[in-house]
Design a protein. Structure first.
Length: 246
């Protein structure tokens, strides 16, 4: 038979054990009532950027983002690809040729010069001439004749700049009274035009395919502000890859 003292010790041990269990329950209940501290938005934003910039699992994202940003900046401010949709610049360019257009040097102060091949947005007079030409060709039975809009891009060669006097006669181009040597023109123009003086801020542009080009001899002067850039390099087709003759 256990002694009275042993029985008291056993009761005390049971009481202490139950007290410990009850304390743990109270602790858990107290912790569950404490709401998590919200992380401020700026801190979450900082942590996200830190992970994006330095976490190894985001390395592919960083490479893609940097490449995409560089491509966008390059296209918007420096250089962009263009393709040739017609034969107005033949034989220099053929349909389907693809070019790089330099957009930066003009912004940095380089003046457009005679002989430059430029890509530009059509001025209103060109758009109207395009509309009239399309209507005439449609009436003659031609179908799907393209009409140029304000956001289209055209490509021609600059033959005269502000202050020049330009004329076309007897199959030759004259600038300031001097006949021009143009090795890139294989067929002489079959029209007469001028003489006219080029106003300030304007250019005269002609297609190398002189008799088959919707250019300044039809619609007049090109405002310099319409110029997108200067064609500098043909990258396609590979067989004719190279710098563009100016």
């Amino acid at each position: 038979m256990p002694t009275e003292q042993a029985a008291e010790e056993l009761v005390e041990q049971v009481r202490q054990r139950w007290s410990a269990i009850d304390g743990q329950k109270q602790s858990v209940a107290t912790e569950s009532k404490v709401a998590p501290v919200p992380v401020p938005f700026r801190e979450r934003w900082r942590r996200w950027w830190h992970r994006l910039l330095y976490d190894e699992q985001f390395s592919d994202v960083r490479v893609f983002t940097a490449s995409f940003a560089a491509a966008v900046l390059l296209r918007v401010f420096v250089i962009e690809p263009r393709y040739i949709p017609s034969l107005s610049m033949f034989p220099t360019f053929e349909i389907g040729d693809q070019l790089f257009v330099d957009k930066a040097t003009q912004k940095l102060g380089r003046h457009i010069e005679r002989g430059d091949v430029v890509v530009f947005y059509p001025p209103p007079a060109l758009i109207e001439a395009s509309k009239m030409t399309a209507q005439a060709l449609n009436a003659a039975g031609e179908k799907d004749v393209h009409q140029y809009g304000a956001k289209d891009a055209m490509i021609k060669r600059v033959v005269a700049v502000a202050g020049d006097t330009v004329a076309v006669r007897d199959g030759r181009l004259y600038v300031n009274g001097e006949a021009q040597i143009e090795p890139y023109v294989t067929e002489q123009p079959d029209y007469r035009w001028g003489p006219v003086q080029v106003p300030e801020g304007c250019l005269v542009v002609l297609g190398d395919n002189r008799s088959n080009s919707l250019d300044s001899h039809i619609w007049g002067f090109l405002p310099e502000r319409n110029v997108i850039g200067r064609a500098v390099f043909r990258y396609w087709p590979i067989t004719r890859m190279g710098l563009i003759e100016h």
